[in-house]
Design a protein around this ligand. Structure first.
Ligand SMILES: [Zn+2]
Length: 255
């Protein structure tokens, strides 16, 4: 393992343009449950007998905001209880060392920002759990915690409209600005791509890896188990994101 970490660190040190893709496995080390998209937080169906994909969907937020918010609130509480871990911090540190290192995350917990990743080099492809905004007038509210202690759905103090988080619900599109930023950076190309704790094989994860590999760049994955991505990366570092990222960083920063 030491050798494979050293080899990965060597490749990352030589790279200028780096993309780090992060998924649920990274935040699992902060105590957040591993979920596939939003839905895996729950096992299949809600007590209401509806698939979680229906309950946490854009149409449901419009039709029955109280029901949708019952589950959004669980996500919100899970995020508020947890904190960024040493893995998030190692990534932020790598971004300080590498001014062209980008983070693309599937996670909605905001932990990359909290750990110090620069917002201008952070693409939150599934949005985030905060700040809430009013669907009617657009006013923002930073007080997720306060709203979760009152009756749901949370309402806008300015106009009475229903508030929502800027998260991508089921049946909603990915945020256009985030997708455009990713594509813009992909056109410039990456010297190295590191996928951390991702399991779902969405195109926006697979494509940068395949493109970088085809162009002769370095690709690596950190995950305790093999994933659909594993056959396509140069290096598969088997283990927890938190441990391996910390070791990688000490190699990269240390010599
Ligand atoms: Zn409003």
């Amino acid at each position: 393992m030491y050798e494979i970490i050293a080899r990965t660190a060597w490749s990352l040190r030589r790279a200028e343009r780096i993309l780090i893709i992060t998924g649920a496995g990274l935040s699992a080390d902060s105590g957040l449950p591993t979920y596939r998209g939003l839905g895996g937080l729950y096992n299949g169906c809600t007590p209401e007998g509806l698939p979680i994909e229906d309950v946490l969907s854009g149409p449901m937020l419009g039709r029955d905001p109280a029901l949708c918010w019952k589950y959004l609130a669980e996500l919100g509480r899970a995020c508020l209880k947890a904190e960024p871990n040493a893995g998030h911090q190692a990534i932020a540190e790598l971004q300080r060392l590498k001014p062209q290192c980008w983070v693309l995350t599937q996670n909605i917990d905001g932990f990359h920002r909290a750990a110090g990743s620069p917002p201008e080099r952070l693409i939150e492809i599934h949005g985030g759990i905060a700040p809430l905004f009013c669907q009617s007038c657009g006013a923002e509210s930073d007080d997720l915690e306060g709203h979760l202690q009152r009756s749901l759905p949370p309402l806008c103090t300015a106009c009475g409209g229903v508030l929502r988080p800027p998260v991508v619900l089921f049946e909603e599109m990915l945020p256009e600005a985030a997708v455009e930023r990713l594509h813009g950076e992909m056109r410039k190309g990456f010297d190295a791509v590191l996928s951390v704790g991702t399991t779902a094989s969405f195109p926006y994860i697979v494509e940068p890896v395949l493109q970088t590999r085809a162009a002769g760049g370095f690709t690596a994955e950190i995950n305790p188990t093999a994933t659909e991505l594993s056959p396509y990366v140069d290096v598969h570092l088997r283990g927890r994101a938190l441990d391996i990222l910390s070791q990688l960083l000490s190699h990269i920063a240390g010599d």
